[in-house]
Design a protein around this ligand. Structure first.
Ligand SMILES: NC(=O)c1ccc[n+]([C@@H]2O[C@H](COP(=O)([O-])OP(=O)(O)OC[C@H]3O[C@@H](n4cnc5c(N)ncnc54)[C@H](OP(=O)(O)O)[C@@H]3O)[C@@H](O)[C@H]2O)c1
Length: 345
């Protein structure tokens, strides 16, 4: 069946905005579900895109909005859970990893099953693993397994973490799962965050400086999604998405400094100090730079074991070909985006 109508959860975010634009450019009809329509205002202008304010955690709302769709894409994810120590963030509370990365995918597959939408693309993350020490990676790993299970035609319960009263049925969905390494591009929250830090601090003590990443461009991630939609070869598959080169965190931060003309001293911290820095930053009010959970996630390198999946017939872009353009951007619009990012709006 040709896919023409797609419902996207998380379509207002960094990856989502890029993906929705690419799908709209292909003439597809896209319905974006957002908690606040205002956060997706750039998308409202696109002719084949509708943005609907919805509580995606409400099972009945999901069912209502999935009706008549040919495919669903779930991009929703969070990097930090709010509650740390005695401080609670209003935007993300303890238990949110479970709610967002496990319960939501469960509701999404159920709503697909109820409405007969049988194509589902799901965003996981490289390193997702039900046995990880990091709660982020653990919850992503369980969510990913749930979605994979929904791709079966009957339920099998060999996985302990899927058992229990709320297990997922084998809905026989055509699922494709994506596991990117860190994603870069205009509006990212990784390289841009370090570039912002380097502008204001002459020296940067860096936790987990040796952790390795293979940054992948946001346009490539979005294109992999868009190309998969109609491609039967991707049904039931899981794709690790990495850029062409591996960097340590220290190399990435040094590179960001060079690009913006702030080649600062970077002091790599040992294990114990890295943990302490993560612990201290967890308590910092406002936008989270680092938490102990991030520290645990970085204990394992975030790199792919194979190359770029051959099913996608384009090569992934190099960081050096893209990053200078947006990291160096000092136009009023870029500064406004920086403030907006800082204010989490
Ligand atoms: N960025 C990376 O480097 C990276 C790397 C690997 C994997 N990923 C995964 O890729 C996906 C997209 O990442 P991104 O960087 O685009 O994230 P993002 O910019 O933060 O966007 C995430 C979207 O999810 C929705 N969302 C956030 N918290 C939610 C909640 N509690 N309940 C319901 N919806 C919520 C938001 O939509 P509304 O505000 O409109 O409701 C938002 O647009 C995530 O699953 C992430 O884990 C990202």
């Amino acid at each position: 069946m040709k896919i023409e109508r797609i419902c996207i959860l998380g379509g207002s975010g960094f990856v989502g905005t890029q993906l929705v634009s690419q799908l709209a450019a292909r003439g597809l009809n896209v319905r974006v579900l957002s908690r606040r329509r205002e956060t997706a205002k750039e998308l409202i202008l696109l002719p084949t895109v509708e943005v609907i304010e919805a509580d995606v955690h409400d099972q009945q709302e999901l069912i209502r909005h999935f009706r008549g769709m040919d495919a669903v894409i779930n991009l929703v994810g969070i990097l930090h859970e709010g509650k740390v120590g005695r401080i609670d963030l209003p935007s993300a509370r303890r238990g949110d990893f479970q709610k967002v990365h496990v319960e939501l995918p469960r509701k999404v597959v159920h709503a697909c099953g109820e409405t007969g939408v049988n194509r589902l693309l799901h965003m996981s993350a490289l390193g997702a693993n039900p046995n990880s020490r990091s709660a982020y990676q653990r919850s992503k790993g369980i969510g990913e397994a749930l979605v994979r299970e929904a791709g079966r035609t009957h339920t099998e319960h060999e996985n302990w973490y899927l058992d229990g009263p709320k297990f997922v049925h084998g809905y026989g969905l055509k699922v494709t799962i994506f596991r990117p390494s860190v994603i870069f591009g205009r509006g990212d929250s990784f390289l841009s965050m370090f570039a912002r830090l380097l502008k204001i601090s002459p020296v940067l003590p860096l936790a987990n400086a040796g952790a390795c990443f293979a940054p992948v461009h946001v346009e490539d991630v979005a294109r992999a999604y868009a190309d998969s939609l109609d491609n039967p070869a991707t049904y039931g598959e899981t794709y690790d998405l990495c850029g062409p080169k591996i960097y340590s965190l220290q190399e990435l931060v040094r590179y960001a400094g060079e690009v913006i003309g702030k080649p600062r001293s970077i002091i790599p911290l040992g294990k114990r100090l890295s943990y302490l820095q993560a612990w201290a930053l967890e308590y910092k009010p406002g936008k989270k730079l680092m938490t102990r959970d991030n520290y645990y996630a970085m204990e394992t390198d975030n790199v792919c074991s194979g190359g770029w999946p051959s099913v996608f017939d384009f090569p992934p872009a190099a960081l050096e070909a893209i990053a200078p353009e947006y990291l160096r951007d000092d136009t009023p619009r870029a500064r406004y985006e920086d403030y907006r990012e800082g204010a989490r709006r």
